[in-house]
Design a protein around this ligand. Sequence first.
Ligand SMILES: [Zn+2]
Length: 170
Amino acid sequence: MASSKAALAVSADQNGESNGNGHANGVPRINPDYTCFKVKLAKSKIHRWGVYAEELIPAGRKIMEYTGERISRRETKRRADASEMIYLFTLDNYWCLDGSVGGSGAEYINHSCEPNLVTRIVKGHIIYMSMRDIKPGEELTVDYRFDKKVERVECKCGTPKCRGTINLTE
Ligand SMILES: [Zn+2]
């Protein structure tokens, strides 16, 4: 997915999870080593590229791992300040993963205020799980949960529950 500088402060949800992202360069691709179901990259109405299911994915299943270079809080801030398009996912209070370096393709999953994926942090790994059955052809989405204190990023997910921003509002 895409994100702006606000991604440097993406917030954790109640399970200590969070995310944010975007890719600056290179040909988008998905690494099948980190993918448990058939998915593909395609143009998205939400933003640039998106990831789409190519088979039925039942609820509650691991779909993809979000991978990337592990970087410190200071380096996260440096990269966020230096680039317009960044793919950063907050792992915990100190570490972020930069999906633009060694990303599995999960960094292309777009934000939605009514997502079909949820994030789980499992032993230092960021795992995207299905919240419900996902049909072939559906775009995979996750709530980025940007912190409400960082720069507000407009949301264009188009869902009935859209809160108008990728940031949390409460
Ligand atoms: Zn929205």
